[in-house]
Design a protein around this ligand. Structure first.
Ligand code: IFM
Length: 725
């Protein structure tokens, strides 16, 4: 694969890369994502138009996001020979993703019965009109050739857990082919429209040498309430020509880059990697709704059921809160909108308040099953405790909301269910915690922390610290509401007995550094077998065997799947000294498998802060190139987990900006203390802080910050010194 300034390119066709390239060359517009497959491919090549926020359950199979019919299906044959990259002889091949403009293109020259037949295609999912999928397709040949081109909206598509729609109607109306479907479980309508300019669904062309046959296809995809009046909406779209639709799509991308680009001078590889991460985040974030969040595998398919995890709040939302307040607010609102599901879950497990879904779909009910992994030895489902014990999810949801308020300075969500949501989450932690009278403290027992290999542990440092965060954030939110809307506060205090939390946070046990400065990941961690990762791996009998849970090889050892204490030191980086960070980094790093793409960024950010630029760079690049190299676990047990890695994409922005950019903040002050790797000449990025867009430009000689409007006295410091604009 070649990497250019703004694009990636594959110059040979390799069958065994089809699956990986499907994720690498993904395009998306937040409403839908389309995998980077070729037009002649089908379900065996994992073609998917994955819909954001639309879910379906087939029988007893896992409930997952819906893949819509494939609008980009085009098949070509020349002189009777099928031109497919999978079977035909190929002279030249190029597949390109232009990340500046969100455009996928391909050019393949086939050797077909003595003729060289060139197939070219360019496609995009419109950023301007979220229902539009557009493709321009052409065929040319060096000799006179009879070509047959066939295009359709393919309903025979890839699904992981069974089929999700039935076709109700198919007809044509005024040059538009109409396809009406509905999902199986909730009977949600889906409408797909196809409009072709310059061809029919089946076209025979007697192609003259060096002539080009070209057509454009515009498809409209709508679901749910969006189907209402959608044919008229689609007709308005197709009244514009392809060039206009493409130009307006590119204009939106230009705005996205203007507000979010990170510039790294002196390191082309890092420059591309950070932009590629931003490209992915921007392609998959819901743009016009607060009814869904970002799935853990983005819009690259149905892996992880299309559900949102803590990945959104803890890894991706920082990017959005500092670059696009509207998008970030929608993500925060999504958790408020799904609180009823979280309350049902708390009740189901015997607690009060709101226990958010580990795998959250549209209602907030948990899509995670109690048996989430299949054991490779027995082929039986394994009991895992992600759903019932990974309780930090409720604190992560609060973190997303409260950090949005802090960074944007917009507290309106508190009055739109946000304060209630924070209260319900605090109530959940309060009801979950156990008071130990002999120790005079609350403890949080029997949980799973970020490191999923160690289940049912007591006093996981990250979880306890996050619970304390919820209490502190709730207090601040209450203060804000009290000061700004006393009547709202009075009604809230009337409804809820706030005194129940008295003393909770003061008596909540937060694991502290020991005499060596190390914070124990959970009670008893230090007593586990001290083994190296390499030695543990030698014990593996079957590749992909699951290392955690009841019988996993890592369970009785100190080997951890992903950053846990380091995640805590990253999130609360201003609360711990460099000495503590150094000691814990050195202690935990050798034990960390980085078996999750969520792990590397925490190590990178902390390393940058404590003056370990080489390590920081290594972990930054690891996180920023995850979807470029495709170098991640594809299976957990026998569960397929391939696709894109939005949390790592967010993690790379965090590592660049919080790590090398040295950005940290408190409720009312922002500090920028850059620590650039030696080989970088310059790092510059945008930060939307309290409604003012700042441009930070850091070199080895100093840092400048400019603002796009009067700052009204917002407090910004550089290396902790007051910065005057
Ligand atoms: O949320 C993560 C989790 O921390 C590790 N396993 C994969 C999940 C989805 O990315």
């Amino acid at each position: 694969m070649q990497i250019g300034t703004w694009n990636i390119e594959e110059n040979t066709f390799l069958k065994d890369k089809v699956e990986q390239n499907g994720s690498r060359f993904l395009i998306g517009n937040g409403y839908m994502g389309y995998r980077g497959t070729l037009e002649e491919f089908g379900k065996d090549e994992l073609v998917a138009l994955n819909m954001a926020g639309l879910f379906d359950k087939n029988g007893d199979l896992w409930r997952e996001s819906v893949n819509a019919p494939n609008p980009f299906c085009v098949k070509v044959s020349a002189n009777g020979e099928v031109l497919s990259a999978l079977t035909a002889s190929i002279g030249e091949h190029r597949q390109t993703l232009d990340i500046q403009n969100g455009i996928h293109s391909r050019k393949t020259v086939f050797n077909a019965s003595g003729a060289k037949v060139t197939v070219e295609a360019e496609r995009f999912l419109s950023m301007k009109r979220e229902n539009l999928a557009a493709i321009k397709f052409s065929v040319s040949s060096d000799t006179d050739t009879n070509v047959h081109v066939s295009t359709c909206v393919d309903t025979d598509i890839w699904n992981i857990n069974g089929e999700h729609f039935t076709v109700l109607e198919q007809y044509s109306e005024a040059d538009v082919n109409v396809l009406k479907l509905q999902t199986n479980e909730n009977k949600t309508p889906i409408c797909v429209y196809e409009y072709i300019v310059g061809a029919e669904n089946e076209t025979e062309v007697a192609l003259k040498a060096d002539e080009k046959f070209e057509f454009v296809k515009l498809c409209g995809i709508y679901w749910g309430d969006g189907c209402e009046g959608s044919l008229d909406a689609f007709k308005a779209i197709i009244s514009e020509d392809y060039a206009t639709l493409l130009a307006e799509h590119k204009a939106v991308w230009a705005d996205i880059w203007a507000n979010s680009d990170v510039r790294i001078d002196g390191d082309e590889e890092a420059q591309f990697a950070i932009r590629y991460s931003i490209y992915h985040l921007s392609s998959i974030v819901p743009r016009n709704t607060d009814k869904c969040s970002i799935p853990a595998r983005g819009l690259s398919g149905q892996v992880y059921k299309g559900a949102a995890f803590w990945d959104t709040e803890m890894f991706m939302m920082p990017f959005f809160s500092f670059t696009d307040t509207t998008l970030c607010k929608n993500l925060a609102k999504y958790r408020i909108n799904t609180i009823e599901g979280a309350k049902r879950k708390a009740k189901e497990f015997g607690f009060e308040g709101a226990f958010y879904a580990w795998e959250s779909q549209e209602s907030g009910d948990d899509a995670c099953t109690l048996f989430n992994i299949t054991d490779v030895f027995t082929n039986r489902p394994m009991r895992t405790h992600f759903k019932d014990k990974q309780i930090h999810i409720s604190a992560d949801a609060v973190y997303g909301l409260w950090e949005y308020c802090t960074v944007s300075g917009d507290y309106s969500l508190l009055f739109e269910g946000g304060l209630e949501m924070m209260y319900q989450c605090l109530l959940f932690f309060y009801s979950f915690a156990v008071y130990k009278p002999l120790k005079s403290r609350y403890e949080i027992l029997d949980v799973v922390g970020p490191d999923e290999y160690h289940e049912r542990v007591d006093n996981n440092a990250f979880t306890n610290k996050m619970a304390a965060y919820v209490a502190a954030a709730f207090d601040k939110a209450l203060d804000y509401v009290k000061n700004n809307d006393p009547a709202f506060f009075a009604a809230f205090a009337e409804k809820h007995d706030l005194s129940v939390f008295d003393g909770f946070v003061d008596k909540l046990y937060i694991p502290q550094p020991n005499e060596n400065g190390i914070i124990e990941q959970f009670d008893g961690y230090f007593r586990l077998e001290d083994i190296s990762l390499a030695a543990l791996k030698e014990r593996i009998i079957i590749p992909n065997e699951y290392l955690g849970g009841g019988n996993g090889l890592a369970t009785t050892t100190r080997i951890l799947k992903q950053a846990d204490v380091l995640m805590m030191l990253n999130v609360f980086r201003s609360q711990y000294s460099d000495e503590i960070k150094k000691a814990n980094w050195a202690y935990y790093e050798p034990y960390t498998e980085h078996g999750s793409s969520l792990s590397a960024c925490a190590y990178g950010i902390v390393a940058a802060g404590i003056g370990m630029p080489d390590w920081a760079y290594k972990y930054f690049m690891k996180t920023a190139t995850v979807d470029l190299t495709g170098d991640t676990k594809q299976y957990l047990g026998s569960l397929y987990i391939g696709g894109t890695h939005p949390a790592a994409n967010g993690g790379s922005w965090n590592a660049a900006v919080f790590g090398f950019g040295g950005v940290s903040y408190t409720d009312d002050a922002l500090d920028v203390s850059p620590k650039l790797p030696a080989h970088w000449d310059k790092l510059s990025f945008k930060l939307l802080w309290k409604g003012v867009r700042l441009t930070v430009c850091a070199t080895h000689n100093g840092t400048t910050i400019t603002a796009d409007k009067p700052t009204n006295g917002i407090c910004v410091t550089v290396n902790k010194e007051k910065y005057i604009f």
